[in-house]
Design a protein around this ligand. Sequence first.
Ligand code: NAD
Length: 244
Amino acid sequence: MTRVIITGAKGRMGQALTACARNFRDLEIAARVDMGDELSAVISKGDVVVDFSLHSATAGIVELCAKDKKAVVIGTTGHSDKEKAQIERRKNEIAMVWASNFSTGVNTLFWLTRKAAEILGPDFDLEIVEMHHRMKKDAPSGTAKSLAEILAGVRKLQLDKAARHGRAGIVGERTPSEIGIHSIRGGDVVGDHTVIFANAGERLELSHKASSRETFANGALRAAFWVAKRPPGLYDMQDVLGLK
Ligand code: NAD
């Protein structure tokens, strides 16, 4: 039995995780932690902490996991460079799965995006469009950033220089070394991502649309089950799904 502690338990994802855990036979929710609760008081009850709280809380949660030698699944997005470095510092001490998106479909999109960028080559202009519900706090989405990192990696571009977050005014002609990233917010959209490869005369679009948070919750719980038996290291959802 894998015992899971959820942090951010009262949020949209925390509630989806609680509901989906019932579908996993060898997994149980040992504790649910949200604002005002102390993770340190319950951490001994679990094998894995699954964190869907807030980017600024994750490094502290990882510190507690390292202290108690618990595995962790990190679902939060929007971390600063400092927060990322604090989290990564513990990768040799505990097993961590850190993914901007836990859905099988989006992880397939990651794979297809790399493949398409390799096949189509440098003549195709690269643009990413994402849409999320009006309550989402960070932009662009963690998934859009992951897609941009994949494209930048294939094109051998430095992402912070290549990223073009929206366009306004007399911005001039598009250069081949840009990766456009555009965030739309509204309504209750769970998460849409499209990668556009545009050349003169043709355009390829790869799209994923999530219609329920269950897809992320089931993926994160699958990751929790998987990571509980792993040696220390930093893993992602591609490792969990065997896509590498
Ligand atoms: P939400 O605002 O609905 O829920 C967050 C919850 O965390 C709230 O209940 C809040 O009270 C709690 N929280 C905040 N700070 C905390 C702390 N210090 N300790 C404990 N709990 C704390 O947000 P959401 O839509 O559930 O998303 C949560 C996070 O997960 C966001 O970063 C979001 O971008 C990310 N997310 C990731 C994926 C993925 O597949 N990786 C999918 C969906 C959402």
